[in-house]
Write a protein that binds this ligand. Sequence first.
Ligand code: AMP
Length: 433
Amino acid sequence: MKFKDLNLAESLLRAIEIEGYETPSAIQEQAIPHILNGKDVLGCAQTGTGKTAAFALPLINNLIEEDNFDRTIKVLVLTPTRELALQVRDNFIKYGVDTRLKCSVILGGVNQRSQVEVLKRGVDVLVATPGRLLDLIKQRRVKLKNVKTLVLDEADTMLDMGFIHNVKKIISYIPEERQTLLFSATMPNEVKHLAKELLKDYVTVKVNSESLTVEKIDQSVYFVDKINKSKLLLELLEEDSIKSVLIFVRTKHGADKLSEILSQNGINTGVIHGDKPQKARMLALKFFKSGKHKALVATDIAARGIDITELSHVINYEIPEKAETYIHRIGRTGRAGLRGTAISFCNFDEQRSLKDVERVINKSIPVVGEHNYKMEQTVLIRKPSGNRKNNRKNNNKFSSNNNGGNNRKNTSKKNNYNSSRKTHGRSNNKSKY
Ligand code: AMP
């Protein structure tokens, strides 16, 4: 199929040509005709599949057909993260370059004054993160009564981040008579329920990007003690093959700590997480995309949805708690047909999470057996079957290696793990990431 077979306006076809897109991606082929027809759509596709163009192109097309660029908000796109909001806004501007479309963005973390000014002048398409938008609605600075299409992008992340309450409040200000498009990288039951609640007579479009992503990425796992992870990372980063690497950690504190270690060791590193001011996040992303920084340390939430082409490596410095997150993470590499590499570091406490990941991707991740920082805790805990003498030997070896542990410590670590898993519920996500 060609783009011209999709009945898109000439001005859009020209913009597509400028972008260098040759053929529509699978999600575009499936979603565009329905969106052009005004249908509600539930789209299962992650970043990297061309899903933004899948909704942006037909929505701009509809505005062109109605010749409606009256500077009232007719399309509202809600995204969970600021980075994604900016990316979506940029896409609308790119595709609408040859039209009278005015698109703008509203997001938290920056002064609201300039955003209010833009709103006063009027926009046709508004892209927003829920918190700031709701603030502005309450201040009566945004009017949504003319919205004809609502897009919820990355609905699964919205749910994960606990934004859905705000989203529903925002929806109460939008006319019921509207087109609703809901995109999500994964389809857990919560997303399906949300779709049933918000969409009317909808069609489902799905691209099997998850398995494709997994297929085309070289994956491996290193078993390594927590205390040795940074040393292993520094060793790997010396390899020439690693040109740019996105390193995922679980917490904001962990992200800061690791980026400090890397910087201290001469590796140009940026960091993005939820506590960083928006300007710092954008700068870190810019330096990483331009190659000025070789490494970017990120928490899952901050990095979700970010489109970085030609990213050679993703390193899971910590195994994600939610197995689906692994797919989001490694999907950052291996884009645009390039072969990507995803390396995971797994310590003793993370083995259960690794098993969960392998169940979700339906394959076992090859283990790198030979390396300088092999996990010693496994030896200690998995093979206690020998006589006591041997165990004591192991213990001594463990402590003499300055791994900071003994059997008692191992047990308490395990307890920590259990209790932390209990408390890592959704409500905690926001503050940690
Ligand atoms: P998205 O999934 O929307 O984040 O898009 C991922 C990347 O694919 C972006 O850099 C887009 O510019 C690019 N893209 C979107 N549609 C196409 C297409 N049909 N052909 C080639 N690249 C595309």
